[in-house]
Design a protein. Structure first.
Length: 137
């Protein structure tokens, strides 16, 4: 189904703590698309950039961390009224550095079981549902 809206490739990281019981979330600023909602850190893929390079760059620019270990989770598409987001999601299991909000965004380590109670952009809901289901298994 072609909505005619532009497709934006975005990378996102589900960053786990050492126990793998918490994930790192960033709060979108009110003036951003889907502002005031929690998200998995990441951002737009630049022209000619690989998905892994884009994610490494985004996490360095936003959080001041370097990825040591990650694995592909899934790719999904979600159509908003003004654009379609193709979201490439990776799980990050190990990283160097201490995450900090270099763009003055609020960061929070959240227990995976509590993700369902937070507001996320609609494109993230499938990932949230998968993570929460994994704690109930």
């Amino acid at each position: 189904m072609d909505t005619g809206s532009p497709i934006v490739d975005v990378v996102a990281a589900v960053i786990f703590d050492e126990s793998r019981e918490h994930v790192l979330l960033a709060l979108r600023k009110p003036d951003q698309h889907q502002g005031g909602r929690w998200e998995f850190p990441g951002g737009k893929v630049e022209s000619g950039e690989s998905l892994q390079a884009a994610l490494a760059r985004e996490l360095r620019e936003e959080l001041d961390i370097e990825i040591d270990s990650s694995a592909e989770r899934r790719t999904l598409e979600h159509s908003y009224p003004d654009k379609t987001v193709r979201l490439h999601v990776r799980d990050v299991f190990a990283f160097r550095g201490t995450p900090q909000g270099l763009e003055q965004q609020t960061l929070r380590w959240v227990p995976v079981a509590e993700l369902a109670g937070l507001p996320f952009p609609a494109a993230n809901q499938v990932i949230v549902d998968e993570l929460v289901a994994s704690t109930e298994a």
